[in-house]
Design a protein around this ligand. Structure first.
Ligand code: FMN
Length: 215
């Protein structure tokens, strides 16, 4: 079987992690490399990834996340933050820096900036806000994290069940500005190893031929 598909077949939303098991340092760094190289529209990487192993911090986060046990029982909790209006503004220092880091300068950089402005700010933003657009990019990284974890035999659970305002407020109060400035939580991903008692339910999906159509 295709190795990626094999990893995706292994992946499931793990609801019960073994709190006694920790992902080795090298493995978690490798999984997060998948996030680091994830694709994003215009290559703008509108994200930051907080990889939280600190249990005390996760104890404080748990009530803000529907009290879900995965928050504290997993090995590492990845909080995927997305960029907000100030840094995603076409003329922001962030946009300049990221375009420069991609090798653009002078007229080419200004062309890219204006193409981004024309597409996202002029065409898309009347239909959605920048948080929604930037979060879509974050979910690509989320999928890459889960796939890379699965390929390494690490279980995951994507988590949207949290109080957005509560978690944003907590992280902004608790963590340095350098980690959270102009950022807001998009989604969370618990990583670790399934508990020996955990019975993985059978995969349930609508029929393949209904949802996948070849023309
Ligand atoms: C964006 C997203 C958010 C989710 N949020 C939660 C959550 O807060 N808690 C939870 O237990 N599962 C959560 N899930 C897991 C889904 O319930 C699960 O992926 C779905 O039931 C399919 O099961 P499977 O992933 O095991 O194939 C989430 C999944 C996604 C993709």
């Amino acid at each position: 079987m295709n190795a990626v598909l094999e990893a995706l077949e292994f992946r499931h939303a793990c609801k019960k992690f073994d709190p006694a098991r920790t992902i080795p340092e090298e493995t978690i760094r490798e999984i997060m490399r998948a996030a680091h190289i994830s694709p994003s529209s215009f290559g703008l990487q509108p994200w930051k990834f907080l990889v939280v192993s600190d249990r005390a911090l996760r104890e404080e986060m748990r009530p803000l996340c529907w009290n879900q046990a995965q928050i504290t029982d997993c090995s590492h909790l990845v909080v995927i933050l997305t960029r907000r209006e100030k840094s995603m503004n076409p003329d922001s220092d962030y946009i300049t820096r990221v375009l420069e880091s991609r090798g653009f300068s002078g007229d080419r950089l200004e062309d890219s900036r204006r193409r981004y402005e024309g597409y996202v700010w002029d065409e898309l933003l009347p239909h959605m806000n920048i948080y929604a657009w930037a979060s879509k990019q974050c979910y690509i990284a989320l999928a890459d994290i889960m796939a890379a974890a699965a390929a390494a035999g690490v279980d995951s659970c994507p988590i949207e069940g949290f109080s957005k305002s509560g978690l944003d407020h907590f992280l902004h109060k608790k963590l340095p500005q350098e980690m959270t400035g102009d950022l807001s939580v998009a989604v969370v991903c618990a990583l670790g190893y399934r508990h020996p008692d955990w019975q993985q339910p059978e995969r349930k999906r609508l029929p393949y031929d209904e949802v996948v159509r070849f023309l």
